[in-house]
Write a new protein. Structure first.
Lengths: 194, 216
């Protein structure tokens, strides 16, 4: 008889769990080793003492706290998987759309840039231009100089755009009266402007 | 609410049933029913399930790790895992067997971690009394009179010492079979091994116990 089989039969014999056929199978071994009967009797006694000494059930210390603390742990743990799942789903969404989103975002940026350029070229200042300064006069002796007066009521300010001039300092500009003693003088009629 | 829960807990605890699973007693809500309610998210049902089984889980862990504080924490960990895994629990299996399986995993994970933590710090085997030479002066001498009857406390202490000297696998097999009353197949499921391995572990664990406890 194989050792494994012998161990199994002896173990089940100790537990009174052998069928008739299995008992017959074990008989030669029991006959050759009569001490096994004594061993079995001692084990049954030991089992009783073991069951008396080692309780099957022991309530943990502070059993009520055991339950309430467990409830806190469970609720805390329950939140983590949800958020992890949420993050996981979000990450998966990101991975899936990454290759599509990147060119789309690039196109959107380029489109916005071009739109901005076009808007600047079309003189979008008209939206802010309240009065083109029709009541103001800008005089310049130079024919190649063009001027534009922009009045902005919201900001209470006037913008004078002069194109075609050589660089000039603040002192070259005279307001309100007469000609300035400079080489180039500019007179701005500020009447009715503010 | 807590008062009502306390009453319910005491009612559900009741006497320890004869079978290993704790199922089938007419006055109790069955494990299967409680599990179904848990699966629907009823934490009250889980609380009852915990109250019903915490004693066995704690006793099993304490007999394996021999430390009250660690046992308490590990028992908590077991039930947290039970709660998380309940949606995947198939009702064909017995809840108590499945719970013992989770307990087994938690205890063995703890043992592995503890072994790694103490590695290099202290070799517990150095303190093993069996490793000290029999004739050494350090060996505690205990001469018992032949007619001396050991008190129940002494018997218990001897049995606990003997259990500690078994390997974790042998100790667990003995505890599951002799104390918790599980069937061989259930033990195999809990310990994740073959039926043959269970029989072999029981065979050698019993022999070793008999040798260690020859005087009682």
């Amino acid at each position: 008889m194989k050792n494994d089989r012998k161990e199994e039969l002896l173990t089940r014999w100790m537990d009174d769990g052998l069928s008739e056929n299995e008992l017959k199978e074990l008989e030669p071994i029991l006959a050759s080793s009569p001490e096994l009967h004594e061993e079995r009797a001692r084990f049954l006694l030991l089992r009783e003492k073991l069951r008396d000494s080692v309780p099957r059930e022991v309530d943990p210390p502070f059993p009520d706290y055991f339950n309430s603390h467990l409830e806190k742990l469970v609720k805390a743990e329950s939140k983590v998987p949800e958020s992890e799942e949420g993050l996981g789903a979000f990450a998966a969404f990101n991975r899936r759309w990454l290759w599509w989103m990147a060119p789309a975002v690039t196109c959107a940026v380029v489109f916005a840039f071009l739109l901005g350029m076009k808007s600047a070229q079309s003189g979008d200042t008209s939206s802010r231009l309240v009065d083109s300064g029709a009541s103001s006069e800008v005089y310049s002796p130079l024919t190649n100089v063009s001027t534009q007066v922009i009045l902005d009521r919201d900001s209470d300010s006037t913008l004078l755009v002069v194109e075609g001039l050589a660089p000039l300092s603040d002192s070259d500009l005279a307001l309100d009266a007469g000609f300035f003693d400079g080489r180039h003088g500019y007179y701005v009629n500020v009447k009715e402007t503010y | 609410m807590n008062f009502l829960r306390s009453i319910a807990s005491n009612l559900i605890k009741g006497p320890v049933p004869g079978d290993a699973g704790g199922e089938g007693a007419p006055s109790e809500i069955s494990d299967a029913e409680l599990v179904d309610r848990c699966k629907e998210g009823d934490y009250g049902a889980f609380d009852l399930l915990v109250t019903k089984h915490r004693g066995r889980v704690y006793a099993m862990i304490q007999n394996m790790v021999k430390n009250e504080a660690d046992s308490w924490d590990l028992a908590q960990e077991v039930f947290v895992k039970v709660w998380k895994a309940l949606p995947r629990f198939e009702s064909r299996a017995q809840f108590s067997t499945w719970m013992y399986r989770i307990t087994h995993n938690v205890v063995y994970d703890w043992m592995r971690k503890r072994k790694m933590d103490v590695a290099g710090d202290l070799d517990d085997n150095l303190l093993d009394r069996e490793a000290i030479a029999a004739g050494a002066h350090a060996t505690p001498a205990r001469v018992s009179r032949p007619d001396e009857a050991l008190s129940q406390g002494e018997v218990r202490a001897n049995i606990e010492n003997a259990l500690e000297k078994l390997s974790p696998e042998h100790r667990e097999a003995i505890l599951l079979r002799e104390v918790q009353g599980l069937e061989y197949k259930e033990i195999a499921d809990v310990m994740d091994c073959s039926l043959g391995t269970v029989m072999s572990r029981l065979f050698y664990a019993r022999k070793k116990l008999q040798t260690l406890l020859i005087n009682i």
